[in-house]
Write a protein of this length. Structure first.
Length: 319
C-alpha cells in the first residue's frame, strides 16, 4: 500500500552565522531567521530529521520509515545501519569556514559514527564572481601543518570560480569551503562530522570564535590534493535530458531537465528527488502529484513505471 506514492518530506532549517534569506527569496520556504544557512531536505540524520508529509507514514520521520518500513528502500532486514544519504540546500550569504571531513574508517574508529563524509554540490545560483575553496597547494603533510600554523591561507587554499549549473565533487579528505553568494544543493553521506581548519577569525553574537580542529584536519586531509576526475554522460528519455553528474562508491547523482513528457522506469532500491526549478506533474499508476521548485521526495522501491510532465529541473540521487 505504500508503494503507490512518493514519500514527500518537510525540510528542517538550520541557522548559521554565514546563512542568509535566499531559502525564502529563492525557494519560498518559511525560514526561522535572516541567518538561515541550511535546509536539510532529505534527512534521516538525528541532528535534523525530515518529517514525512503524506500517506500512511505522515508525521513520522524518514529515520522511522527506514527503521520500520525497510521494504520501501529494498533494505535487507539484517541491515540495521543508518539511512545512508543526506540532501541539503545551503545559502552562503557569507563564506563558510574552511573545512575537511573524514572517511568512513576514521569516522568509525575515532568518532564512533558509521559514516564519514563524501559530498558533492550542484550550484543552484551564484552571484557574479562567486568562488569557493576546493583543495590546497601543500606538497607534504609537514608543508600543510606549517602553512596552517603560520596562517598562510592565500598560499595554501586553492580557489575556483563557479556559476549556476556547475557541479563540484568533494571526496572525504578534501579541504573545501563554499564562498559567499552561492546557493548549492548538496548530496552527501549522512554524516555531520566537520573538522574546521580556518574560520576567518570570525566571532559570533556572544563574541566567541568557533572551535577549530587543526590536528584532526591535518590527519584526514589528502596530501597532495588530487582533483577527482568525474565522467559525465547524457541520456534522453522522452522530453527529459538525464545528465549523470557523478557515479562513485557512495552515491550516483543526476541532473534532470524536463521540457514536456517522460516515462521512466524505477530500477533502483529508492530514488531521492529534489525539484530545483519549474513545476511538473508526477504520475504513478492512477495517482498524480503536483511538484514544484522546493519539493523533495523519495520514490520508494517497487513503484515500477512513472511519468513526469511539465517544465522543471531536478537533482536526483541513489546509493
Ligand atoms: Zn563539507
Amino acid at each position: 500500500m505504500y508503494k503507490t506514492e512518493p514519500i514527500f518530506l518537510q525540510p528542517v532549517f538550520q541557522e548559521r552565522i554565514w546563512g542568509g534569506e535566499k531559502l525564502h527569496t529563492e525557494f519560498h520556504y518559511e525560514i526561522p531567521s535572516a541567518h538561515t544557512g541550511e535546509a536539510w531536505v532529505i534527512s534521516a540524520h538525528s541532528n535534523g530529521p525530515s518529517m514525512i508529509k503524506n500517506g500512511p507514514l505522515a508525521g513520522k520521520t524518514l529515520a522511522d520509515a527506514w527503521k520500520e518500513q525497510g521494504g520501501l528502500f529494498n533494505k535487507a532486514t539484517s541491515n540495521d545501519e543508518e539511512y545512508p544519504l543526506l540532501v541539503k540546500i545551503l545559502d552562503a550569504a557569507e563564506d563558510l569556514s574552511v573545512q575537511v571531513h573524514p572517511n568512513d574508517q576514521f569516522a568509525r574508529e575515532v568518532e564512533g559514527v558509521p559514516y564519514g563524509k563524501t559530498e558533492c554540490w550542484y550550484v543552484v545560483s551564484a552571484e557574479e564572481g562567486a568562488e569557493l575553496v576546493l583543495g590546497h597547494h601543500a606538497k607534504t603533510k609537514e608543508d600543510l601543518a606549517q602553512m596552517v600554523e603560520l596562517g598562510e591561507w592565500d598560499q595554501l587554499l586553492r580557489k575556483i570560480k563557479v556559476k549556476a549549473g556547475d557541479f563540484v565533487y568533494v571526496p572525504s579528505g578534501t579541504i573545501h569551503a563554499i564562498g559567499k553568494g552561492i546557493v548549492i544543493l548538496e548530496t552527501q553521506q549522512s554524516s555531520d562530522i566537520t573538522y574546521r581548519v580556518y574560520d576567518y577569525d570570525r566571532i559570533d553574537a556572544e563574541g566567541n570564535k568557533r572551535e577549530l580542529h587543526l590536528e584532526r584536519s591535518i590527519q584526514v586531509t589528502t596530501v597532495p590534493h588530487q582533483d577527482a576526475s568525474v565522467e559525465q554522460t547524457e541520456t534522453n528519455i522522452g522530453d527529459l535530458v538525464e545528465k549523470k553528474l557523478v557515479e562513485e562508491q557512495y552515491f550516483t547523482v543526476y541532473h534532470w531537465n524536463l521540457n514536456g513528457k517522460a516515462l521512466k522506469d524505477m530500477t533502483k532500491d529508492f530514488l531521492q528527488v529534489s525539484v530545483i526549478d519549474g513545476q511538473a506533474a508526477l504520475t504513478i499508476g492512477e495517482n498524480t502529484f503536483q511538484i514544484e521548485k522546493g519539493t523533495h521526495f523519495i520514490l520508494p522501491n517497487g513503484i515500477g513505471k512513472y511519468s513526469l510532465e511539465g517544465h522543471a529541473e531536478f537533482i536526483v540521487s541513489h546509493v
